[in-house]
Design a protein around this ligand. Structure first.
Ligand code: PMP
Length: 393
């Protein structure tokens, strides 16, 4: 086949191949997943919302709809973004996407030319990085500390690299580190980027899953120059299978996205959008999110306390205030990838952190997920992992 040259840059996800390896080995306790807990999908309420929606307006749920999205859902999302993220948006600013993964892909298509440079947190979400790769861009990773992206490093990168066009950031409970940016750091970030001709993608699928500390306003809410493209998603607060997500941007930018969307798939799934709208109108999404947060907090706290008790003291890790992941750093001489087979053999699995970097990754890092494992599995799994680590340290 005469595939496009673009396809030479598309690589299979290393993370998926690790996950495949784990699935093949029965009985392994896996901290390698990146999924929300299906036990917390509001099955009965979604079923009721769907049945009622079908009875009330089934024909329009099965018909084509607007490219921008289902109007009542756009209104509900405007309201939610104002309440949760301090974003002052109108329906004109929003375009529904098939998961925020499609939003990422559309950002890459809209903004990137060959030779442009994308700046991302170091490490970052591989799906975001891979969405950009086909367009032949370069990547520069900027490190983060406990407060967020290191501003002096960011300023240096932007002043030395005029080809930087896009910044891709996940300021809330990042995948893979679980880190969240402080308010002060967000303000500093906006001050710096406002001096450059760049676009910021603020990817926020985990923002509402804050189970500790105070909510911090989004970058979009501080955006006075229309430079931030905000990506929201129902995947972690409701369920990912419906693929209901959205872009919020300056109206002129949203119009461009709309043209891209027409060419991709005309519109998002009308049925799924109407299911979500019906669920939000008839049930209490906030109460549902509180339930998820309580469950995830319990698992995260248990995992952290067991790690504190059993991990060698030279191993450090983040203490997330929300989201789904903990990021572990081993002594620099160790490779988490080389230890993985031994860990799987012992009955526990994780994703080596090196896969989450756009360029060369730190080999001594691990991503641990705490949302798809029971408390019992966490109890056993952390002990197994601690024993494996002790063999090497
Ligand atoms: N961004 C980040 C940071 C993610 O972790 C994920 C999924 N794990 C996505 C985007 C994609 O989410 P979705 O397409 O389900 O909205």
């Amino acid at each position: 086949m005469r595939y496009s040259r673009r396809m030479e840059r598309v690589k299979p996800s290393a993370i998926r191949s690790v996950q495949k390896k784990i699935v093949q080995k029965q009985g392994v306790i896996s901290f390698a997943a990146g999924l929300p807990d299906p036990d917390y999908f509001p099955l009965a309420d979604l079923k009721t919302a769907t049945m009622e929606m079908m009875e009330e307006s089934g024909r329009s749920a099965l018909q084509y709809g607007m490219t921008k999205g289902y109007a009542p859902l756009l209104d509900l999302l405007v309201e939610r973004m104002r309440a949760k993220e301090g974003i002052d948006a109108k329906p004109e600013n929003i375009l529904m996407t098939t998961g925020s993964q499609q939003g990422l892909s559309m950002c890459a298509m809209l903004f990137l030319d060959e030779g442009d440079v994308v700046v991302a947190e170091n490490p970052s979400y591989l799906g975001g990085i891979n969405a950009c790769r086909p367009y032949g861009c370069g990547f520069i990773g900027v490190d983060t500390d406990e407060e967020g992206m290191v501003i002096a490093d960011l300023d240096n990168v932007l002043s030395e690299n005029p080809k930087v066009k896009l910044l891709y950031v996940i300021p809330n409970f990042q995948n893979p580190t679980g880190k969240a940016w402080s308010l002060e750091r967000r303000k500093q970030f906006m001050e710096v980027i406002n001096q450059y001709d760049v676009v910021v993608i603020e990817d926020n699928p985990y923002g509402e899953i804050r189970f500790r500390g105070e909510a911090v306003p989004s970058l979009k809410s501080m955006d006075t120059q229309g430079k931030v493209v905000y990506l929201g998603s129902c995947s972690k607060i409701l369920c990912p299978g419906l693929r209901v997500a959205w872009i919020c941007a300056d109206e002129s930018v949203t119009t461009q996205f709309e043209q891209i969307k027409e060419g991709l798939d005309l519109q998002c799934n009308q049925f799924a959008q109407m299911q979500v709208a019906s669920y939000i109108q008839k049930f209490d999404l906030d109460a549902h999110v509180e339930t998820i947060k309580a469950a995830y907090k319990k698992r995260c706290d248990l995992m952290l306390s067991l790690m504190q008790e059993h991990f060698p003291s030279s191993v450090t890790y983040t203490k997330p205030e929300g989201g789904m992941f903990i990021w572990v750093e081993l002594p620099t001489s160790l490779s988490a990838d080389e230890i993985l087979d031994d860990a799987i053999e012992s009955g526990v699995a994780y994703v080596p952190g090196e896969y989450f970097y756009a360029n060369e990754g730190a080999k001594n890092t691990i991503r641990l997920n705490f949302t798809t494992v029971s408390e019992e599995q966490i109890q056993k799994g952390v002990l197994l992992l601690a024993n494996v680590l002790k063999k090497y340290i």
